[in-house]
Design a protein around this ligand. Structure first.
Ligand code: ADP
Length: 538
């Protein structure tokens, strides 16, 4: 036994993260991500610019302050030079003593000597009290550490430490630059505190004689302190802005996603059979356009389903009638009607005719369904329809004669090329001629004409028959539409057997070949059906 395999599960794009399942979260995350990146870049740039400006400012200020201090010390009236000279004399004497001492104590441990040296130097150095006061004054004025050095780079006074604690500064970049009369600053770790420190220096000169150097320094932590507070307040502001932006993003994205959710809900309702469901479509944007297209699609679906329902109802009704007729007659025959040869012959003939009608109906229905599922693409090559029309005339001439009617044709030798399927146009013309014969009494005339102008080619099938009432004329191309049901069902040797499908098939075929079809009629005067196709060379 063969069973149908179970339908495979529909495959959806897998969502690895929870937020991948929500369009709203994705919008908020993308928006928030961009916001954070932009904000971080902006903040980094602001901090960098402010830091550079602040550092330049601090460097410049420190250089100026050291020059101002040096200027004050250069003043000959101040008497600071006396202290420098006193210090210089003491220092040269100290060097001589040191030299002698070292000769004496050659064998002693050298480290011990060095450690004790600064203490003994400090103890015996002349007190440069006024220079120390200047250093303290400038230090309290500027907030920087002020060190006053002698021309050899040794500290004479220092605002922060005992001057003897400060090693020789001669090799330092800013001191070297000051000795050359230039301005330069440096950033390096302070040898006493170990903290990164900004240094600047200025020479103290009197009558081209170098008295010493003013060195000023500022811990980098002081320079960058305001940067940290700026960064902190920027981060707080950015966090607040991010909070506001996220709330705004959630609100905007909810409004954006709302129509999509409504579409989803409506689609699910429609899938469950509620074809009356519509979505709000007032928005002027793309989502509004989508909603309007959706509503149109649902409307069209509703119309098609209604058509389908009508078609099935009509088709089953049309099929039921001949089946009932056959059933009634066959039952009568089985109930003894067979013994009456006259009745038997009549009923069998009627059964045969009803079976024919059933067959024709089934064929017409098949034709329609085939047409609907066929490839609607137009033909590649264009054709001249005159040979096609002549072939129809040949095949119909005998039937027209049998019906006691006259066939007149007015066909040119050649028609302009048309992009149509010839066999489909042939079926259309046969159908129209068949109707003309059916609905025209004996002695009437059937006409087949063709003509063309610059843009189109027209084919006309006209008769001098019964005509169609004006009220029915707009409906004759609808499926199962018949003007007079009793009248059209009787006849039909060739057509659709009066089920009201012939012209419906004609309409579909003409449309498939990019043409138009319409009918003009007058009761008692006759009917003209016109086909129009665009010229391929127009
Ligand atoms: P049917 O198979 O019943 O002829 P059609 O679709 O071919 O169905 O035609 C629809 C209806 O239009 C017919 O029932 C008939 O009443 C009317 N009709 C079509 N052609 C003509 C005609 N040439 N003259 C008068 N009535 C016509």
């Amino acid at each position: 036994m063969q069973t149908t395999p179970p339908p495979s599960k529909p495959r959806y794009a897998s969502a690895r993260w929870p937020w991948q399942r929500s369009l709203q979260s994705r919008i908020v995350l993308a928006y928030g991500g961009v916001f954070v990146i932009v904000l971080a870049l902006l903040m980094a740039r602001v901090v960098q610019v402010v830091y550079t400006a602040q550092l330049n400012d601090a460097e410049h200020n420190l250089e100026i302050e050291s020059f101002l201090a040096a200027n004050a010390l250069e003043d000959p009236l101040s008497g600071y030079d006396v202290e420098f000279e006193e210090y210089a004399r003491w220092e040269s004497k100290q060097e001589d003593d040191d030299h002698k001492d070292k000769e004496k104590k050659k064998d002693k441990n050298k480290d011990d000597e060095d450690n004790k040296e600064s203490v003994s130097r400090a103890a015996s150095a002349p007190i440069a009290a006024r220079l120390q006061a200047v250093a303290n004054l400038y230090a309290s004025d500027t907030g920087a550490r002020v060190t006053i050095l002698d021309p050899q780079g040794d500290a004479v006074a220092d605002s922060a430490f005992a001057f003897a604690q400060v090693g020789s500064q001669l090799a330092q970049i800013e001191v070297q630059a000051a000795l050359r009369g230039e301005e330069q600053h440096d950033i390096r770790p302070d040898p006493v505190t170990g903290n990164s420190t900004l240094y600047a220096a200025a020479p103290i000169q009197q009558n081209n004689r170098l008295l010493g150097v003013v060195q000023m320094s500022l811990p980098m932590a002081d320079v960058t302190a305001s940067i940290w507070s700026l960064t902190f307040s920027l981060v707080i502001t950015a966090a607040l802005a991010l909070g506001v932006a996220t709330a705004l993003g959630v609100w905007i994205s909810r409004r954006l996603v709302q129509p999509v959710r409504e579409l989803e809900a409506a689609s699910l309702a429609i899938a469950q059979g509620d074809l009356t469901r519509q979505v709000p479509a007032q928005a002027a944007d793309e989502l509004g356009a989508l909603a309007r297209a959706f509503n149109r699609m649902v409307g069209e679906l509703q119309r098609m389903l209604e058509q389908q329902r009508l078609f099935v109802a009509n088709a089953s009704h049309e099929l039921r009638t001949p089946i009932t007729n056959i059933k009634l007659r066959s039952e009568t025959l089985l109930d003894g009607g067979l013994h009456d040869s006259a009745i038997a012959e009549r009923y069998l003939a009627e059964i045969d005719s009803e079976a024919d009608r059933l067959g024709r109906l089934a064929n017409a229905l098949l034709d329609l369904s085939r047409l609907e599922s066929a490839d609607p693409s137009p033909p590649v090559e264009s054709v001249d329809l005159v040979p096609v029309l002549l072939s129809v005339v040949r095949s119909m001439r005998m039937r027209v004669g049998e019906a006691g009617q006259t066939l007149r044709t007015e066909l040119p030798n050649q028609l302009p090329p048309l992009r149509v399927w010839p066999e489909q146009i042939e079926a259309v013309v046969i159908n129209l001629m068949d109707n003309a014969i059916k609905y025209t009494p004996e002695g009437g005339t059937i006409r087949l004409d063709a003509e063309s102008d610059a843009a189109v080619c027209r084919i006309r099938v006209a008769d001098s028959g019964l005509g169609i009432p004006a009220a029915d004329l707009p409906h004759i191309f609808e499926r199962f539409y018949r003007v007079d049901k009793a009248r059209s069902r009787q006849t039909g040797k060739n057509g659709t057997g009066g089920a009201g499908l012939g012209l419906a098939i004609v309409a579909v075929l003409v449309e498939r070949n990019s043409g138009r079809v319409w009918a003009e009629s007058e009761i008692g005067q006759g009917t003209t059906i016109t086909l129009e196709f665009p010229r391929d060379d127009a």
